[in-house]
Design a protein around this ligand. Structure first.
Ligand code: AMP
Length: 430
């Protein structure tokens, strides 16, 4: 009986994994340029870490976490996002004592029990970054510039960064009350979900996907019009820095972000090719979070991008799987033994060599060589063994070159011989 994979949990097969590693290496390069160091956090955390940081009333905590009781009765959860764990690690290891500002990045799987569809999985991967220890507008701008450069390096040409400010402890409570009052006045027109959310999380009214609900909140008050002086100055300063760099994020005053801990700068990245799930990433400032998790009163800002969605919206492939440089086709047992030796020698010297068993016919080995994408096949039959020189078939020019490479050729000798064959004039047919 076949055992299928779990709904929402996917394999990444070899033809796709090349894109993943390419994407990861591009990301690492950008993070290095901006001075970010990698942090590797565990997959499993105590459930309270997420309920306390993400917020009890968020979709993630209310209904999407993979939580389970450990054998000792404690409740554990597969991480649904990275920021909470990073802040936990920052506090636990007192990273502030080592350096005043921590600039960290991470890559890896996250788990949310959402309804799977295109671009929405239950296990998905994120690339994210956090800066803990600075609250000035310049660092917000730097994080947004990093995000912008990262998206460009990943060939997400249609990406558009949307920006908003969510205010802070000084101005948000009054705004929240104003929005709540508006919601109460229009309660009958709101969807069931929003009616329920009105008490506990009224900000979510603004990003409800329900069409009628959206229409009902068309004239709702917006945070951006209720910012206090310092929040307004911070927001204007962030935009000023970005404008100077030629980056003009689109303002989206209805963006609220799903997690409770955001304040001031909030942003999302939307891109094409994703259908309903058009957000490839998002982030923002979370000044109260470190303190809420038992650390010093330290500000922070960060973002996360979803790798599966990035791949769906990549403008061009960026990377194809590495093809073998040569395919060795041995014919017969004696040749096979020699071929294993040859392949081992060349591989150790850095050549990408593909080979199948010597028991197969030349025709079937050629079929496999063709599939492998190798341009050159090195044929090793009885004749070649006798003269200790290999026949090379150029799969592109469809020509055989007898005795083209010596059986004892080094990797350099092999490459030199192949390069020469590549320049042989193609015979004109009459
Ligand atoms: P969030 O942590 O909710 O701000 O999500 C950041 C990014 O992670 C989103 O913009 C998506 O690209 C990605 N993401 C979040 N949830 C999922 C999911 N269930 N499946 C695939 N990608 C996701």
């Amino acid at each position: 009986m076949k055992i299928p994979s779990v709904k929402g949990f996917h394999d990444i097969l070899p033809d796709e994994s090349a894109r993943w590693s390419w994407m990861e290496s591009q990301a690492r390069e950008q993070f290095a340029r901006y001075g970010f160091a990698e942090i590797r956090i565990p997959i499993v955390e105590r459930t309270e870490l997420f309920s306390r940081s993400i917020g009890e009333t968020t979709d993630i905590v209310e209904k999407e976490m993979y939580s389970f009781a450990d054998r000792d009765g404690s409740s554990l959860t597969l991480r649904p996002e990275g920021t909470a764990s990073i802040v936990r690690a920052y506090v636990e290891h007192a990273l502030a004592q080592h350096e005043p500002v921590s600039k960290l990045f991470y890559l890896g799987p996250m788990f949310r029990r959402e309804r799977p569809q295109k671009g929405r999985l239950r296990q998905f991967s994120q690339i994210g970054a956090e800066v803990i220890g600075r609250d000035d507008a310049a660092v917000d701008a730097e994080v947004l510039l990093l995000l912008h450069d990262l998206l460009a390096a990943l060939h997400i040409r249609s990406a558009q960064i949307e920006l908003n400010s969510l205010g802070d402890g000084a101005c948000r409570p009054a705004y929240r009350a104003a929005l709540q009052a508006f919601g109460e006045a229009h309660r009958a027109d709101l969807c069931e979900n929003c009616q329920r959310r009105l008490e506990r999380n009224p900000l979510r009214l603004l990003d409800c996907k329900d069409h009628d609900c959206h229409a009902a909140t068309k004239d709702a008050p917006l945070m951006i019009d209720h910012l206090c002086g310092p929040c307004r100055a911070h927001f204007d300063a962030v935009r000023g820095f970005l404008t100077r760099e030629g980056l003009e994020p689109r303002l989206n005053p209805r963006m609220v972000r799903g997690l409770d801990y955001y304040c001031r700068t909030a942003f999302e990245v939307v891109a094409e090719g994703l259908g309903a799930q058009n957000a490839v990433g998002g982030g923002g400032r979370y000044d109260g979070l470190v303190k809420a998790l038992g650390g010093p009163d330290t500000p922070g800002i960060g973002f996360a991008l979803g790798v599966e969605r990035l791949i769906l919206s990549m403008a061009e492939a960026g990377a194809t799987p590495l093809r073998p440089e040569v395919f060795i086709a041995p014919l017969g047992a004696a040749a096979e033994s020699e071929a294993i030796h040859l392949a081992h020698r060349w591989r150790r010297a850095g050549v990408r060599v593909e080979m199948t068993g010597g028991g197969k016919s030349l025709k079937s080995q050629m079929r496999m060589a063709d599939k492998s994408g190798a341009r050159y096949v090195v044929i090793l039959g009885e004749d070649e063994l006798a003269v200790r020189a290999l026949t090379v078939r150029d799969m592109t020019a469809k020509r055989d070159f007898p005795r083209a490479v010596d059986l004892s050729a080094s990797a350099d000798g092999l490459r030199a011989a192949l390069a020469q064959l590549g320049h042989e004039p193609v015979e004109q047919s009459a």
